[in-house]
Each structure stands twice: as C-alpha cells, then as structure tokens.
Design a protein around this ligand. Structure first.
Ligand code: TYM
Length: 326
C-alpha cells in the first residue's frame, strides 16, 4: 500500500480550491492508501501572522478536515508543530539544500515581492515542505499545480542526500488531479483561488453561507460572449466555471459546455453544485465544533502515531550525516 501525505496551511479560512485540490482527493485516498494529513501551522509563520488567530485557524482547519470526511480510523491527522521532528529534519535538510534552489522558487519570488520584511523562513519554506514529506517515508504526494516546483525540490534534495550520505529517504512521486488542479478566483480568472491575498469576492470559502456562495458564483467574471464553450485561453472565466462543475459532478468540462445555452444557466448549475457539496460539510462542522475536546483528542492521537515513524527517520538522518547519536 502506498503512503501519501497532504498538508494545508492555516493562513486563512479554507476555500473550495483546497477542497477540490487536496481535501476531496484525500478523503477518497484514505481507503486505498496509508494516508497522513496535517495542518501546516509552522508554514503559516513564514509570512506576517497574527498569533492571536493562529491556534483558532489551526483548529478550524483540522475540524473542517474531519467534517469533510477524513476518518481518523483510516488516516493519521495531526498538527505539524505537535510533531517536533518536522523542525529537526528541516534543519538537517537545510544542510543538503542550496540557497540557489530555494531562491529559484516561483512562489518565493511572488510572495517576497509583495512584502517589505521577507522572513528567512519564507526562503526555506520548500525545505520545510521537503522535511514534511521525507520524514514520513512518503511514496506519493497529491498536490495542486501550485506546489509542483516544491515537490521537484523535495525529490532533488532526497536524491542528492541519498547519493551523498547513503540511502536514507524514499524519493516521492507527485500525483496530479485531472480537473481543478488549479481552481481560479471567480473575479479574476488569471489568479489562483486562495485563502489570502484577494478581496474574497471571488473566493468560495467552505464556511460561507449558501446565499454568499450563490452570490459569488452569479457575479463570477465571464466575458462578452454568450455561447457556453470550453476554451481556457479565450474564455478563462467560463472555463474555470466548467472545470469547477466538472470536478463537483465528475463530468468533463467539454461535455458540460454543450448542456448550457447561457452563462446564467451555467452559473445557476455551478452555484447549486457548490452549495450541495458544502452543505453536509457545514452541518458536520457545526456538530464537531460543539465538542472541541473530541477534535483535540484526534489530533493528539495523530501526532503520537506520526512521531513513531518520524523519530526513526530523524535518527537515520543524523547517523547518515555523522552526528553523534548516542
Ligand atoms: P495550501 O494551504 O496553500 O493549500 C493546501 C492544498 O490545497 C491546494 N490548493 C488548490 N488546489 C486547486 N486549486 C486551488 N485554487 C488551490 N489552492 C490550494 C494546494 O495545492 C495544496 O495541496 N505548501 C502547502 C502545504 C504543505 C504541504 C506539505 C502539502 C506544507 N507541507 C507537504 C503537501 C505536502 C500549501 O501551501 O498548501
């Protein structure tokens, strides 16, 4: 059975791109793979953050993951900072990764450009991500398009480390989604839908009330044409809506395009599908928030399970590097 991992940063409220790109595939994968899912709270520290909000957002993300269908009997769910081996391995891998390769990361360049004070941890972010993956002997990492470059770096570091210090790490493969590998912002189809960084008008948050979701979909940017056709380059807004509908209904965007004679009709169908998808998640979320001790217990148990393997990897790595281990 292959082992997979997926991580989500608690930098804001989860949105539908997180659901389609990471959560829904994880919910499906938990029955076929040995699955680890974690809340990447240390990653949230790489940009300016509000310490008063972080633990609340961390719990919100964990609770939403359970509400969306992750079952602790079938996967290991934990919070990154509660498995301190992530930090230990991060430092050890920093000694095997180079400044040049971290500096080349597109996400670093984009995020650094938008800030006056760039944290050093933003530069080494992909090395922490590599440690998240290599720590748990992961075979496959399902990620949205935005994370491909980070995955390549993980593979490079693991391969280099193994060649230089002896076989220590499993070199993981990347797994891509077919549709909605990158769900775009509804008001700006040239930008990825994200938890942060936009006004939120084009972002479908998983905890948005149904009427807000419908309003955002009905106001989505399309173009001046009328005919519904799937053309990513010429009609990115319409293509994004078709991709979204396709991933929510397991259809194909091209075939769906033929079913609608106007943008309004398409938007109505998208809004219905989005609301139907989030309704049971929101209901379960409300139940779980009534009992936060239950969520905390799941996270404690998950961290303890994750630490068993993690400590073995750190030990193997320190030995390979020649550090004194006893
Ligand atoms: P984060 O929190 O930005 O996103 C979590 C997951 O959601 C996917 N995603 C999307 N997929 C499709 N369309 C979108 N608009 C969209 N927005 C987000 C992301 O691809 C991701 O799978 N660096 C990671 C967190 C992380 C991680 C890891 C992931 C840290 N360590 C190790 C996997 C393995 C991140 O920023 O996720």
């Amino acid at each position: 059975m292959s082992r997979q991992i997926t991580g989500l940063k608690p930098t804001g409220h989860l949105q539908l791109g997180n659901y389609l790109g990471a959560i829904a595939p994880a919910v499906r994968a938990q029955h076929q793979t040995d699955l680890l899912v974690f809340v990447a709270d240390l990653h949230a520290l790489t940009v300016d953050h509000d310490p008063g909000q972080l633990s609340g957002l961390t719990r919100e993300v964990a609770t939403l993951l359970l509400a969306a269908g992750l079952d602790p009997a079938h996967c290991t769910l934990f919070v990154q900072s509660q498995v301190p081996e992530h930090v230990q391995l991060h430092y050890l891998l920093e000694c095997a990764a180079t400044y040049g390769e971290a500096h080349r990361m597109i996400q670093f360049k984009e995020k650094a450009k938008a800030q006056q004070q760039v944290r050093l941890s933003l530069l080494s972010y992909p090395v922490l991500m590599a440690s998240d993956i290599l720590l748990h002997d992961i075979d496959e990492v399902p990620v949205g398009d935005d994370q491909s470059q980070h995955l390549e770096l993980t593979r490079d570091v693991a391969t280099r480390f193994n060649a230089k210090y002896g076989h220590t790490f499993v070199v993981p493969k990347m797994v891509h989604q077919v549709f909605a590998a990158r769900l775009m912002d509804l008001s700006d189809p040239s930008a990825k839908m994200g938890k942060t960084g936009s006004s939120g008008a084009g972002v479908l948050f998983l905890l948005d009330p149904p009427e807000a979701l419908r309003r955002k979909v009905m106001r989505a940017t399309t173009d001046a044409g009328r005919e519904v056709s799937y053309d990513r380059a010429a009609r990115p807004g319409v293509a994004n809506l078709l991709d979204l509908l396709a991933s929510l209904t397991d259809g194909s965007p091209q075939a769906l395009a033929d079913q609608f004679s106007s943008y309004a009709e398409l938007k109505g169908a998208v809004a219905d599908a989005v609301i139907e998808t989030v309704r049971p998640i929101q209901r379960r979320y409300a139940e779980l928030t009534a009992d936060p001790a239950q969520v905390d217990a799941v996270l404690r148990e998950g961290a303890s399970r994750a630490r068993d393997r993690a400590s073995a990897t750190v030990r193997r790595t320190t030995e390979a590097l020649g550090l004194l281990t006893s």
